[in-house]
Each structure stands twice: as C-alpha cells, then as structure tokens.
Design a binder for this molecule. Structure first.
Ligand code: SF4
Length: 313
C-alpha cells in the first residue's frame, strides 16, 4: 500500500525544496485511494478531499498501520536478523510511536488504576489487539523470506506529472529492483485476498503505481504483488505497456470528472453497501442528511478551479 497514507487525504507532503528556494505551490493531485473514492462515491470524495471532514479511526485500520510499520522497520535490520522473533520485537517500538496519535486511545478500554493501558483480560485490550497484529506479522514469513530481499524503497513516494498537467502521487509499500533492472511493486494488506470478481479493484492501486514508475523510469514493472496477511495469500500480476496506456486514459477521465464536479460543486452520492463503512451518513442525502455548503473558498485556495463564488482575497 502503498497502504498507509501519511496524510489523511492520501497525498503526501512534497519533498523539501533545496535551501533558499520557495516551496512549490500546493496543487491538487490524484492518489490511488482518492481515485477509488471518487469511483465509489463522488460525494465521499468531496467529504474527504475538499471538505476534509474528520473520520473515526478503527482498530482494524490502526492495526494495518502498525503492521506496515513493523514490516518497514524489519528491513532496517541486517538480512540475517530478519526473523519472525525479531519482527515481533519491533511491535512494541512501532506501537510506542503510534499510540499517542489522536483518536487511537479512544479505540481501547479505559486505562487501569495500576497504570496499565487497558484491562488485559478484555477482548478489546491493547494486549489482545497487539497479539492479533503479531499474528499478521508472523504470517508474513510464510509468504516471503525477508533475508533474501533487499528493497530499493519502503513507504516510498512515487509521483509524476502527466503531459496534461495531472499530478499522480502515492506511496509504495515496498519497491524491489532486481540486478537486471526488473521492478517489483509490493503492497501489504492486513485483510484477506478478494474473490476473483474483486481482483481488478485490488489491482487498481497497483496499476496506478506501475503507471507512475513507467512514466518516471521508462520501465514497466515485471510484477505487482499484493500480500494478504489476513489469510496468508498473495496475488501477483504482470502489467503490459498497452494496459498502462489504457489505465492512464482511465485516470485522466476520472480526473476530468473530478474537476467538473469541483467546478460546479456537484458531487452526487452513490448509495451502495459500502455506505455501511462511511462516516458521513448524517450529512448524506441518500441517508436523509444535508451536506454542508460546498467550501468553494477552501477549494480555490487548495488550487482547484471553481466557478462558484469565492470572496476576494
Ligand atoms: S453514505 Fe454512501 S452515498 Fe453517502 S457519502 Fe457515504 S458512501 Fe457516499
């Protein structure tokens, strides 16, 4: 995953400019997760990307972040030390870095009088939850031997500006480069492998990275690999250049639709069973709610073109 987006909108902070240079102006960009949002429900895209409404964290999502952090740190160790035991040792420091982030403490039972974070016997205790993350980390070793892998990048920002100006950016969980230059893009998922009918949805994100890498390096990735730690399975795919050309056209079409929606402020809701996971039902017309007025001013200052009235600066 490019799984854990360092920013809430899935985009990342730009790399620091050279000393003495002004930072590049912020401008809208497309990440795999935000493109997927728009495809799923344009109004969800608006709430997340334009309104930037807060969303609740979930135990499953935070566990995903924790496991990603452990697998990233695992590759800081010398190859011979990348064992399951040492990986499990990385859980505590990774958790120490995560536990104070906003919204995380509230996911667990209240602190105990003896100073413990939670009641260790409760099913939602930190201890039980950490143990479940540990099981996912252990499963990783059934799928790959990290002693034999030397990644070129981990949690690596990849970005490219397409000829028509669309900025694509995202984070690759792991990028491997073979001695002959062949690229492998790896993404860790803490859930289970999707059924065949949903494979293309899972591969959308991976093709996005393949497209950016092809456009920046001129090399079509030899393998896109999704590792599902939930059931210990993996999905691999070898994209072709013609496919990436088509995929680029798809992204451009999605981007045109997003730009039209921002220009007019019209983001239609798309009610599906995925609404069950949406934090914004109370503001959604499909569920009897009313969205807040479109924040044209915020959109304009974030670099979007809008035809809606914006107060002069
Ligand atoms: S509740 Fe459903 S239709 Fe409404 S914004 Fe969320 S995903 Fe879209």
């Amino acid at each position: 995953m490019v799984q854990t987006d360092p920013q809430a909108d899935g985009s990342a902070p730009a790399a620091a400019p050279p000393a003495g240079e002004a930072p590049a102006p912020r401008r809208p960009s497309l990440s795999p997760s935000r493109a997927a949002d728009f495809k799923t429900c344009p109004l969800l895209y608006r709430f997340r990307t334009i309104d930037r409404l807060p969303e609740r964290k979930s135990l499953a999502a935070v566990r995903g972040t924790l496991v990603h952090s452990v697998l990233e740190r695992l590759y800081d160790l010398p190859p011979a030390r990348r064992t399951p035991e040492n990986a499990l040792e990385l859980l505590e420091p990774a958790w120490a870095d995560l536990r104070d982030e906003p919204g995380i403490a509230e996911l667990f039972g209240t602190a105990q009088p003896d100073g413990a974070e939670t009641d260790a016997n409760a099913p939602e205790s930190v201890e039980a939850w950490l143990a479940s993350a540990g099981k996912l980390v252990e499963k990783y070793f059934a799928l790959e031997d990290p002693r034999r892998i030397q990644p070129e990048g981990r949690e690596q920002l990849v970005e490219v500006t397409l000829p028509d100006g669309l900025l694509l950016r995202g984070y690759v969980d792991r990028l491997d480069v073979a001695a002959n230059g062949a690229l492998r893009v790896v993404d860790y998922k803490t859930g289970s492998m999707p059924r065949e009918a949903f494979e293309s949805k899972a591969l959308f994100q991976m093709k996005f990275y393949a497209l950016v890498l092809w456009r920046t390096r001129g090399v079509v990735a030899a393998q896109l690999k999704l590792i599902y730690l939930g059931d210990g399975d993996a999905l691999t795919y070898a994209p072709e250049e013609t496919e990436l050309v088509r995929f680029e056209r798809t992204l451009l079409a999605i981007w045109s639709a997003i730009e039209r929606a921002v220009a007019t402020g019209e983001f239609r809701p798309n009610k599906t069973r995925l609404c069950g996971w949406c934090d914004h039902q109370a503001l959604c017309p499909s569920w009897g709610g009313t969205p807040p007025p479109f924040p044209a001013e915020a959109a304009a200052s974030a670099g979007w073109r809008t035809t809606l009235p914006v107060s002069p600066a």
